[in-house]
Design a protein. Structure first.
Length: 342
């Protein structure tokens, strides 16, 4: 069960080279290529002739040629050449998906093409701002349903147990969470005041001593998240206070692409307001984040197996509130979309 009318991350731009790139998104097999004009195209990955994946073929100009009998398809999925036939056979057409580059990522629209609006691609507020440093970004595959990850990304409390060496800190285990519901998603947040800084942030702080720290986890439908970290000198943080000039800010972008019901590809990059041009800092950030997400992967894959195999009844905690409300609304959106399309 997936929302189709939405932008998902299909791949990094750097992954799509001279050969077509094969991937699976929401159960659909897709071939992505970059034509000679530089434009990207995404087509259903099966030639209508004998269903050989187009990703096994070759890019020719702005078109792709099937590697079996040479049918050629343009970026709209229309067959434009059939060797040996005067014109392409009727019905020689594959589905094409709108695809847009943004932030070094390729965003694909999996639903009705006429509804695809690139202005709805997830916004990275500080993208291109020279005062902010950006990590190169990375990805990994989680053997779990994407909703286990949306639960996790709406649960700041898990850092206390899953990430003791990075994001955990005083108060991260039991400071109550606040939940804000909006039309486009759910936000879970909390302030932890006058605490020791978490290990992940400590090397980058421009002040000594204790801090006021905010965790803000924003999950937008269907499954993209912005995790905002705010760390400022103790006594300067808290709701409605202005951003302190020494505050450390980090925006962590987390984009989930369901491959199928039990597999999710997880893409991310981070932006921070310190050491903007420091390549070594970017490298250390990237390594720390990947290490933390490996910790999430271990836990979430175990949870997926446990939830699938266990017959005992399930309980929820107060900290599940944001995740449950997100799942509930997303399920309604998926149902409404299915009802409209069928
Ligand atoms: S299978 Fe593609 S041209 Fe025959
Ligand atoms: Fe985590």
């Amino acid at each position: 069960m997936f929302l189709r009318n939405a932008w998902y991350v299909a791949a990094w731009e750097r992954e799509v080279g001279e050969a077509p790139y094969a991937t699976t998104i929401l159960g659909d097999q897709v071939a992505i290529y970059r034509g000679a004009s530089g434009k990207y195209a995404a087509l259903a990955d099966a030639c209508p002739h004998r269903k050989v994946p187009l990703s096994m073929g070759r890019v020719k100009g702005d078109d792709v040629e099937c590697g079996y009998h040479g049918l050629v398809f343009d970026c709209t999925g229309s067959c434009v050449r059939a060797p040996g036939d005067a014109k392409p056979p009727q019905g020689a057409q594959v589905r094409s998906y709108p695809i847009e580059p943004r932030y070094g990522l390729l965003w694909i629209w999996m639903g009705e093409p006429q509804l695809a609006d690139p202005s709805e691609i997830f916004e990275a507020e500080h993208w291109g701002d020279p005062a902010w440093g950006t990590t190169a970004g990375d990805d990994m595959v989680f053997a779990c349903n994407y909703l286990h990850i949306t639960d996790n990304l709406l649960d700041p409390s898990h850092v206390a147990w899953v990430h003791p060496g990075s994001f955990a800190g005083d108060g991260s285990d039991d400071t109550p969470l606040q939940v804000t519901i909006a039309d486009d998603g759910v936000t879970v947040w909390r302030w932890m005041l006058d605490t020791g800084p978490a290990p992940f942030y400590a090397p980058y702080l421009r002040f000594a001593g204790n801090c006021d720290r905010k965790q803000q986890y924003e999950m937008r439908y269907p499954c993209n998240a912005l995790i905002k970290a705010y760390v400022s000198p103790a006594g300067t943080g808290g709701e409605d206070k202005p951003v302190h000039p020494d505050a450390f800010l980090m925006d962590s972008f987390n984009f989930l692409t369901p491959v199928d019901e039990t597999t999710t590809r997880y893409f991310w990059f981070q932006m921070r307001n310190v050491a903007a041009d420091d390549a070594e800092a970017s490298r250390r950030f990237a390594a720390s984040v990947r290490g933390a997400f490996e910790e999430d992967r271990t836990i979430l894959q175990a949870s997926q197996r446990g939830m699938a195999e266990s017959t005992s009844s399930n309980v929820n905690l107060r900290t599940d509130s944001g995740g449950i409300r997100f799942r509930h609304r997303l399920a309604q959106m998926i149902e409404a979309e299915l009802a409209r399309l069928t």
